[in-house]
Design a binder for this molecule. Structure first.
Ligand code: V47
Length: 371
């Protein structure tokens, strides 16, 4: 049976996708505006399976957020606190190590610690580096994915060093890769409203490209569903595609569904399931040079994240356990999904679950494992 395309506007786009040709800005806008979700899902899944076969990945990871004290002013962030404000906290290195130790005892398969936090007004350059060094010394087998591009810029300024020098020191201390946070929306007209003091899109991309040139990989994100337009989303995705053409260092793209509670975005709402699936699918179609697209269950909830595995996503993130950024902004998903449940979600979505490490080395394929 031939593919039934209800939205005629999608015919030439489908032809391009099926013959492996690159999509344009205009194609991206049409894809974001269509209601023909079935065609979108079919095409995105076609691309995902061409890249990753029937596999859908997850890992056993732990988020550690050393502090929520932050000098930043991002309007979408419900997590940050000022120093001395009720609920503000900062962890010592010992406390960070204890957290990891405790989690590892319960989950011996832990392979990744994801460390991001605030731009602390009093911490110095060495403290940020020492956190990485201490974790690596205590847990040499665990991959450290740490510090968003925004934090790396901040740390480098604290030390009076260049981003490159800072990254070199972080890598020597044990940094394994860089998470995608801080991407938000690249378009200046939106960025200046939702995060006026944050690094620019150009700086974000430059920091990632510098990391790639130094031999480490990174992820990229896009925060969607606030005040951005469809055109802003396409612009964001195409700027990432261009950067990836240059270095090839990005592993995974993660669209982050905006959560409005306790934020300073006037009139903002939760994203809808339709828009979430569409964003995953269009990301998969436009980012033809990204190996992976992640359906981050913490922000999508496990139900939409599972369905997204048939809409272009090939990764569902991991066990996570403690995630405070989305929680502060009114998360509706939990904070922990046991490995067995991730395996079941993936299997029931018709994919083969693969436990991976941060760099997508395979740890175990769960093809024959009974639920
Ligand atoms: O940069 C902040 C976002 C990001 C809100 O690289 C919000 O593997 C929704 O980047 N609603 C941090 N999102 C999280 C992140 C991430 C998560 C999981 C995996 C990886 C990875 C990266 O969270 C921030 C910002 O874009 N964020 N506030 C909010 N109210």
């Amino acid at each position: 049976m031939e593919l039934q395309i209800r939205d005629r506007e999608l015919w030439p786009i489908a032809e391009k996708v099926l013959s492996g040709r690159r999509l344009s800005f205009e194609d991206g806008v049409k894809l974001f505006k269509t209601h023909d979700i079935h065609t979108l899902g079919y095409l995105a899944n076609y691309v995902a399976e061409k890249k990753n076969g029937p596999f859908a990945y997850f890992n056993v990871n732990l988020h550690v957020t050393p502090t929520n004290i932050c000098v930043g002013t991002c309007k979408f962030c419900a997590f940050r606190k000022r120093k001395g404000e009720n609920g503000a906290y900062e962890l010592t290195i010992d406390q960070i190590l204890k957290k990891i130790e405790e989690y590892k005892r319960q989950n011996p398969g832990l392979t990744e610690v994801h460390i991001v936090g605030g731009l602390h007004p009093d911490w110095n350059y060495s403290y940020y580096i020492d956190i990485v060094r201490a974790v690596k010394e205590a847990f040499p087998d665990i991959h450290i994915k740490a510090y968003t591009a925004e934090e790396i810029k901040y740390i480098s300024e604290l030390g009076g060093k260049s981003v490159e020098e800072t990254l070199i020191e972080l890598i020597e201390a044990g940094l394994g890769s860089i998470p995608g946070g801080g991407g938000e929306i690249f378009a200046e007209s939106v960025r200046s409203k939702i995060c006026p003091d944050k690094i620019s899109a150009r700086e974000y991309l430059e920091i990632h490209k510098t990391a790639h040139r130094l031999g480490i990989r990174s992820n990229a994100t896009m925060l969607f569903g606030h005040i951005e337009s469809v055109e802003d989303r396409v612009d964001h995705l195409l700027r990432l595609r261009e950067a990836q053409d240059e270095t090839g260092g990005f592993m995974t793209f993660i669209p982050l569904a905006f959560h409005p509670k306790n934020t300073e975005i006037p009139g903002a709402n939760y994203t809808t399931g339709f828009d979430e699936l569409r964003t995953i699918a269009v990301s998969r179609l436009l980012l033809d040079n990204f190996p992976h697209v992640k359906a981050y269950w913490i922000m999508l909830g496990e139900k939409v994240a599972q369905i997204a595995l048939q809409f272009g996503a090939d990764d569902i993130d991991g066990t996570v356990t403690e995630e405070d950024i989305t929680q502060a902004a009114g998360a509706r998903a939990g904070q922990f999904i046991p490995k067995e449940r991730l395996v079941r979600l993936i299997k029931e979505a018709g994919k083969v679950p693969v436990e991976r490490d941060t760099l997508y080395n395979i740890i175990q394929v769960y093809e024959e494992v009974a639920l």
